[in-house]
Design a protein around this ligand. Structure first.
Ligand code: SAH
Ligand code: SF4
Ligand code: F3S
Length: 469
C-alpha cells in the first residue's frame, strides 16, 4: 500500500466546505477500553488516520471523528459503550446544528461481536469496524463521509500489521520511553467463559522480521522498555533468522540484542504455553524483567475442567516452582474468576488455597459474567450474584494483603528504576520498578529514559517511594 508515501500537506487543502472539513484539519478523538492490545491498536489506528489527515484530540466535542475502541470481555465493559454513545449523540446533534460533521465509529471487540446490531441499537453510529480490518480504516471512512453506514467485521485475509502505516519518529518520541508491541493476536483455546476467540479470531503470530523492525524503530526513538503483547503471547512462534522455528524465548533473546532496549516484558501468557526455552529466558536474559502475569482463573480442578483450561491446579503450582527455580525474585501476577457456573464453596476454597500457595505480587479478579455465544453462558448452576460478590470480596482481601506484603518487602532494598515521566506532584518523577510498580523519585534523580539505582524508602498501596542510591 502506498499509504506511507502520502504526505499530510498533499491532502485536501483545496476543499473549503463547511460540512466536510479539509482533510488536513480534521480531528479524531479515540477512546480506548479493555486490554493493552486495544491500547496498541488505538495507536496504530491513530497513525493510519494521521496519514489520512486526522490530528488526534483529547476534546470529544471538537472531533470530526469519534472512535470508541471497545472491549467485550464482561458485560459491564460492553455496556459502557452504549452509555458513551448516548452522550456522543448529543454532541453530534450540537455539531450538526453548527454545520459540522461528526462521524462516530465503534471499533474493537464489541464491534466484532455485535456488528450491525450496534447501529440498530444506536443509530448515531456511522461505522463498525472489527480488530482485523483496521488497515482498511481510511477507505472505510471515505465511504462513511458520503453518508453510507458501514459494518466491516470480516477476518481479513491480508496481514493488517503489514498494511498499517508506521508512526513518525517524532510521534514515537512523544509517546515516551515504554511501548507496547503486539506480536501475536487471537486465541484458539476456547475457554468456556471467554469471548476472545470469537472477537479476535484464531491465533496469528507476526513474523520475526516485522517484529524486529518495529522494535528497532522504537529503540531508535528512545524507547527503553518494550512489552510484547498477545492474547496468548507465549503461543507466539515463527521462522527465525536462522530458518529455525522460534518460540517466544528465542524472540526475546533476539530483541535483547537491539541497542538501547534495556527491558523486555510480555503479556498475557497461558500456563500451557510456558515452554522450557521461555523459562530459561527468565534465568539467562537480564533484560527480561522478573515479572510474570500468568492467569490461572481457579484453583479447583473441577472448575478448571469446566472452564476448558486443560490443566490442573497442581500443574500450575509445579510450573510456578520451575519458574521460581529459574528466577527466584520473579513477581507473579494472575487473573481469577469467581462464581463460574457450578462453583461450590469447596471449589472457591481451593482457589483461596492456591492463592495462599503461590503468594502473588499483584492480581486481577472478576465475577464471572456470562457472555453471549460462549458455552459457560448456557451452563446450569449459574451462581447467584450475592454469592459472587461475597467470594470476590474475600479473594480480593487476600490478594490485596499479598500485594501490600510484596511492596513492604522491598523497603530498604536498592533496585533499578526506569525513569518514565514527570510525576503528578511538582518536583517528582515517576519511574518503573522491575516488578512493574510505579516508583516516585525526586525529579533530579535522573532524566526520562535513564535507568537509575534507587533505595526504596516507603511502599504505598500501588507505588513505591525511593531516593537515589
Ligand atoms: N488470554 C488470557 C486472558 C484474556 S481475558 C488468558 O488466557 O489468561 C483477561 C481476563 O478476563 C481473563 O484472564 C479472565 O480472568 C477474565 N475474563 C474473561 N472472560 C470473563 C468472563 N466471562 N467473566 C469474568 N471474567 C472474565
Ligand atoms: Fe480467553 Fe482462554 Fe483464550 Fe485466554 S486462553 S483469551 S481466557 S479463551
Ligand atoms: Fe477486551 Fe477484546 Fe481485549 S474483549 S480484553 S479488548 S481482546
Amino acid at each position: 500500500m502506498e499509504l506511507n508515501t502520502i504526505e499530510r500537506d498533499d491532502i485536501g487543502a483545496a476543499a473549503e466546505d463547511l460540512v466536510v472539513l479539509p482533510a488536513a484539519t480534521r480531528k479524531v478523538f479515540v477512546k480506548t477500553y479493555g486490554c493493552q492490545m486495544n491500547v496498541y491498536d488505538s495507536q496504530r489506528m491513530t497513525d493510519a488516520l494521521a496519514i489520512d489527515g486526522y490530528a488526534a484530540t483529547d476534546a470529544v466535542g471538537e472531533a470530526d471523528l469519534v472512535l470508541l475502541n471497545t472491549c467485550h470481555i464482561r458485560e459491564k465493559a460492553a455496556e459502557k459503550v452504549y452509555s458513551e454513545l448516548g452522550r456522543i449523540r448529543e454532541l453530534k446533534a450540537e455539531r450538526a446544528k453548527a454545520g459540522r460533521e461528526m462521524l462516530v465509529g465503534v471499533a474493537g471487540c464489541v464491534a466484532q461481536a455485535e456488528g450491525a446490531e450496534i447501529i440498530r441499537r444506536s443509530p448515531v453510529v456511522d461505522l463498525v469496524i472489527g480488530p482485523q480490518t483496521y488497515h482498511r480504516l481510511p477507505g472505510v471512512l471515505a465511504k462513511a463521509r458520503s453518508g453510507e453506514k458501514i459494518v466491516e467485521t470480516d477476518y481479513a485475509v491480508e496481514d493488517k500489521f503489514e498494511h498499517l502505516p508506521q508512526p513518525k519518529r517524532a510521534e514515537l518520541i512523544r509517546r515516551g520511553v515504554t511501548a507496547f508491541l503486539t506480536v501475536q493476536e487471537g486465541c484458539d483455546k476456547f475457554c468456556t467463559f471467554c469471548v476472545v476467540p470469537y472477537t479476535r479470531g484464531s491465533e496469528v503470530s507476526r513474523p520475526v522480521a516485522q517484529i524486529v523492525a518495529e522494535a528497532e524503530r522504537l529503540a531508535d526513538a528512545g524507547v527503553r522498555e518494550v512489552t510484547l503483547l498477545g492474547q496468548n503471547v507465549n503461543a507466539w512462534h515463527g521462522r527465525g533468522e536462522d530458518s529455525e522455528e522460534w518460540g517466544l524465548g528465542r524472540l526475546l533473546f533476539r530483541l535483547a540484542e537491539i541497542p538501547g532496549l534495556a527491558r523486555l516484558r510480555y503479556t498475557t501468557s497461558h500456563p500451557r504455553d510456558m515452554d522450557d526455552e521461555l523459562i530459561a529466558a527468565h534465568r539467562d536474559l537480564p533484560a527480561l524483567m522478573p515479572y510474570l502475569h500468568l492467569p490461572v482463573q481457579s484453583g479447583s480442578d473441577r472448575i478448571l475442567k469446566a472452564m476448558n483450561r486443560r490443566h490442573m491446579a497442581k500443574d500450575y503450582l509445579t510450573l510456578i516452582d520451575r519458574i521460581r527455580a529459574a528466577r527466584n525474585d520473579i513477581a507473579l501476577s494472575g487473573d481469577f474468576i469467581v462464581g463460574f457456573p457450578g462453583e461450590t464453596e469447596a471449589d472457591f476454597e481451593a482457589t483461596m488455597q492456591l492463592v495462599e500457595d503461590v503468594n502473588y505480587a499483584s492480581a486481577f479478579s472478576f465475577k464471572y459474567s456470562p457472555r453471549p455465544g460462549t458455552p459457560g453462558a448456557e451452563m446450569n448452576d449459574q451462581v447467584p450474584e450475592a454469592v459472587k460478590d461475597e467470594r470476590l470480596q474475600r479473594l480480593q482481601a487476600l490478594l490485596l494483603k499479598q500485594q501490600q506484603h510484596f511492596g513492604a518487602s522491598l523497603v530498604g532494598r536498592t533496585i533499578d528504576t526506569l525513569v518514565e515521566k514527570p510525576g503528578r506532584q511538582a518536583g517528582q518523577k515517576v519511574g518503573r520498578s522491575p516488578w512493574l510498580q510505579p516508583v516516585i523519585v525526586d525529579e533530579k534523580a535522573g532524566e526520562i529514559g535513564d535507568i537509575i539505582q534507587v533505595r526504596i524508602t516507603k511502599a504505598g498501596y500501588n507505588s513505591l517511594f525511593a531516593e537515589l542510591a
